[in-house]
Design a protein around this ligand. Structure first.
Ligand code: CA
Length: 228
């Protein structure tokens, strides 16, 4: 598998237009995106679901970006890329003092943002690979391959994310909304059958040699990883 990323990026930005632009753009690039419209929400999300990188606007209602940055930095070494509306040396110095790793002035091009994001993620310590296990199914977060009954199989980026979601929540019914939110990050609309399609792909890969089904449909609700 080449260069597939599922880094989790927390976007703290109060301006809807920019936040949605970042969310869609980053999701399209394969990142998992958690959007927050204010600092308080962002800090809560960072605590509940530690991100791999934070995009942080300076001018925020309530707690401003500098303070959010200090609090994030007090709790972790997560890379922080600050966004600001104006090119100001003072903002830049204050941001770096508060513990930001890099700095981008609005308006910025999405390509430039992406380049900075990649550089920061590369610099950060890669997450320690681990192997999720459920019944005779395994998922290796390092090689991003699955394995069942001694047979290893490759996964596309979305198949991997979906299977990782199931492996992290065994025996728990995952609703369609939760799956959309965690794997696709945005709403495809009620008519979309993309989850069904990807569940079918995963079943094809995990049910080789007539192995019993592990990913079950819960009619009208969603799916669950469990043994029959
Ligand atoms: Ca703002």
């Amino acid at each position: 598998m080449e260069n597939v990323t599922t880094a989790r990026i927390l976007v703290i930005e109060d301006e809807d237009r920019i936040r949605q632009f970042l969310q869609r753009g980053l999701a399209y690039e394969g990142y998992r995106v958690d959007p927050a419209a204010d600092g308080r929400t962002g800090l809560d999300m960072a605590r509940d679901n530690p991100p791999d990188l934070v995009l942080l606007d300076i001018m925020l209602p309530g707690i401003d970006g500098f303070e959010v940055c200090r609090r994030l930095r007090a709790a972790s070494d997560v890379p922080i890329l600050m966004l600001t509306a104006k090119e100001s040396i003072e903002d830049r110095v204050t941001g770096l003092d508060a513990g930001a790793d890099d700095y981008l002035t609005k308006p910025f091009s999405f390509d430039e943002l992406l380049a900075r994001v990649r550089a920061l993620l590369r610099r950060a310590q890669p997450a320690k690979p681990q192997v999720y296990r459920f019944a005779d199914l395994e998922l290796d977060t390092g090689t991003r391959q699955g394995r069942r009954a001694g047979k290893t199989f490759d996964l596309t980026a979305k198949e991997y994310e979906l299977l990782e979601l199931f492996m992290r929540h065994p025996r728990q019914v995952l609703t369609r909304d939760v799956i959309f939110d965690r794997v696709w990050n945005y709403d495809f609309g009620g008519e979309s059958n993309i989850i069904e399609v990807y569940v079918r792909y995963l079943r094809q890969k995990t049910e080789h040699d007539d192995l019993p089904r592990l990913i079950h449909t819960v009619r009208g609700i969603g799916y669950v990883l469990r043994e029959e």
